[in-house]
Design a protein around this ligand. Structure first.
Ligand SMILES: [Zn+2]
Ligand SMILES: [Zn+2]
Length: 96
């Protein structure tokens, strides 16, 4: 089950459950759309995988399955991410 993390790991932007800007990789590294696409070019700086839009958990499910309140804010070294982007950026996600 997704944790639905509350913010962008890189810039700290609030990404509540209903946000349309939340992007996740398969490990649920969570970024805002701007960071995921403009800074990281669809290459997750932690795992090299791609990002997809995070689905929204329906409100009727929230009482039983609450979203995470634990903030994880660890800005990435943008120079180091350039290496990863150079390595994976032009490879389609299914071939990484
Ligand atoms: Zn961000
Ligand atoms: Zn990742």
């Amino acid at each position: 089950m997704l944790e639905i993390r509350p913010n962008c790991e890189h810039c700290g932007k609030e990404l509540p459950n209903t946000s349309a800007e939340a992007m996740i990789c398969s490990f649920e590294c969570t970024y805002c759309e701007y960071c995921a696409h403009n800074l990281f070019k669809n290459v997750c700086p932690s795992c090299g995988g791609n990002f997809e839009k995070r689905p929204i958990r329906p409100s009727a499910m929230l009482a039983k399955h609450p979203v995470s309140k634990k903030r994880f804010h660890e800005p990435k070294d943008l120079e180091a991410t350039q290496e990863l982007i150079a390595k994976y950026g032009n490879i389609s996600p299914g071939r990484r």
